[in-house]
Ligand binder design. Structure first.
Ligand SMILES: Cc1ncc(COP(=O)(O)O)c(C=O)c1O
Length: 510
């Protein structure tokens, strides 16, 4: 393990140590039973006070990740069996339940909850965020939503607070079919299931389709929350690599299909999360043909389809499907707001029936208020109007980010300009330490998502995902300036390190 600390950062050194050891435990680099260096020795190596290491160990102990034993030293605990810390107020003879031992095996199989405290790393309150893919619907939408909610209250005051069918309100399912027509998809209302966000669709598909040991093919890279869900059910994920243009390597896919017979192939063909790229039409058609030939199904996750700023619409794979091999997921989270929790799934009726049983167990149905509101937004044409406004706004933000990336160019950093969506995926210069970059970026007052959780098999630390939909227009240039400064800080520190001209506190320690 290569822990690096830096005194130049405003993040306390004990937190730098804690964060890096914690991450190494979650990603398996420090397995259960691993003996950490004694506090004194680690402090000596780092050139810090013993109390600094002590604080880091205390923090990790309170999280149930490590423990000290007489004669054994400080060791990493199994992730699923570390006890909760004892509360100082406990009555004699009583103790807090051993929570970690009570959690199911399944709850641990999802893996690292994506750099859980990434956001808490930044201590600056002027921090600029390029990390989370939240929409920024703008002030006009707030006014429209308020008006629509008032109308709903008047017209449907009774039904707004009642249960609906698990599959969703029929008239909303019809309205969604109209919305999908614009994307080129023809479906009947009975082939649509209303979801509490498309993440719920991923969860329901996992419950209904995946048994432990099933194989799922995903693009490399792919959406980390879907992979977490699949892993939690015991699925084996296999990544299909892309060529230099970001297109799926169908030759590799075909040989893997012949060998492994996956239960499903999960793809994000349009403005992919995280790469922002679009699978071209020819690749979509050939992928579908392969699914037919090898008798597997495709799950097409399509949250960003409507957010195109240039180029031509490429129809979803679902629109090309003639033999019911595609399950299609989409959402209004990226158009209106993720707090609305409104998504949908389109699939053959028999699949909808089975998924509806699982949904009933999960949440009975999606919020009635959100469903009625969404129906009004679609049928009144307000959603379409809002979408045009949103496209213009996101397009401008994308252009600002692209301009800033050119302006503050980093030698060796490469990226492709996306035609839509909300992400720019950057490949960083070779040899850059991803952990250190994250800390330095937080210190400079900017955050982003590191690339490794997006890889199914071998984590690749060379990538970062920058989101441009959230940050204010006038902060994008400054955010990229800070990010690039953090890259330079990290590269400079490495150069010092390599030439032996070390600055104090930058030594790798384990
Ligand atoms: C590819 C992908 N699928 C699903 C989701 C989840 O969206 P929702 O808010 O509808 O659950 C996201 C959200 O970022 C996403 O990027």
């Amino acid at each position: 393990m290569n822990i690096i600390i830096s005194r130049e950062l405003s993040i306390p050194i004990y937190m730098q140590i804690t964060q890096q050891i914690r991450e190494a435990i979650f990603n398996g680099e420090l397995p259960a039973g691993y003996r950490l260096l004694p506090e004194r020795k680690l402090a000596e190596q780092l050139g810090v006070n013993r109390s600094t290491v002590l604080n880091a160990y205390v923090e990790l102990k309170s999280e149930g990740l490590i423990e000290s034993f007489v004669g054994k030293g400080t060791v990493v605990l199994p992730l699923n069996s570390a006890d909760a810390p004892a509360a100082s107020t406990q009555l004699p003879g009583y103790s807090t339940p051993p929570w970690r031992q009570l959690f199911s095996e399944r709850s641990f199989s999802a893996g690292d909850p994506l750099i859980r405290d990434l956001l808490s790393l930044s201590k600056r309150n002027d921090s600029i965020s390029f990390s989370v893919a939240l929409p920024d619907p703008g002030p006009k939408l707030t006014v429209k939503l308020r008006e629509q909610l008032q109308l709903l209250m008047q017209e449907k005051s009774d039904s707004l607070w009642k249960h609906t069918a698990t599959e969703g309100i029929h008239s909303l399912r019809e309205a969604i079919c109209m919305w999908m027509e614009k994307r080129g998809i023809h479906a009947a209302a009975e082939e649509v299931l209303i979801l509490s966000g498309s993440q719920q669709g991923i969860d329901l598909l996992t419950r209904v389709f995946i048994d432990p040991g099933d194989i799922i093919f995903v693009e490399e890279p792919s959406y980390f929350s879907a992979m977490q869900s699949f892993r939690s059910a015991g699925a084996r994920l296999m990544g299909i690599p892309a060529d230099t243009d970001g297109q799926m390597r169908l030759d590799i896919l075909e040989s893997m299909l012949a060998k492994y017979h996956p239960k499903l192939i999960y793809v994000l063909p349009t403005f992919q999360n995280p790469s922002g790229l679009v699978m071209n039409q020819d690749v979509r058609e050939r992928l579908l043909e392969l699914a037919y030939r090898y008798k597997t199904i495709i799950v097409e996750d399509d949250p960003y389809c409507d957010l195109r700023y240039s180029g031509h619409h490429v129809p979803p794979i679902h629109a090309m499907d003639r033999h019911d091999h595609v399950i299609y997921l989409s959402t209004f989270s990226k158009l209106i707001g993720s707090g609305l929790r409104m998504g949908w799934l389109s699939a053959p009726k028999s699949v909808i029936r089975q998924l509806a049983i699982a949904k009933q167990m999960a949440d009975l149905h999606t919020s009635t208020l959100s469903q009625f509101l969404m129906e009004r937004m679609i049928r009144s044409g307000l959603l379409e109007e809002h979408l045009n406004d949103m496209r213009n706004r996101y397009h401008r933000r994308k252009q600002l980010m692209v301009a800033a990336l050119h302006k503050y160019e980093v030698p060796g950093m490469t990226w492709q300009e996306p035609e839509g969506g909300v992400f720019i995926w950057c490949r960083m210069p070779a040899g850059l330490n991803a952990n250190e970059l994250m800390l330095r970026a937080a210190d400079r007052g900017v955050d982003y998502l590191p690339g490794n959780p997006f890889f199914a098999q071998v984590p690749q630390t060379a990538y970062v995902r920058l989101n441009f939909s959230c940050a204010e227009e006038d902060s994008i240039d400054e955010g990229i300036r800070r990010f690039v400064l953090a890259v330079h800080d990290t590269m400079d520190a490495r150069r010092y390190h390599q030439t032996g001209n070390r600055t104090e506190g930058l030594d790798p320690i384990i």
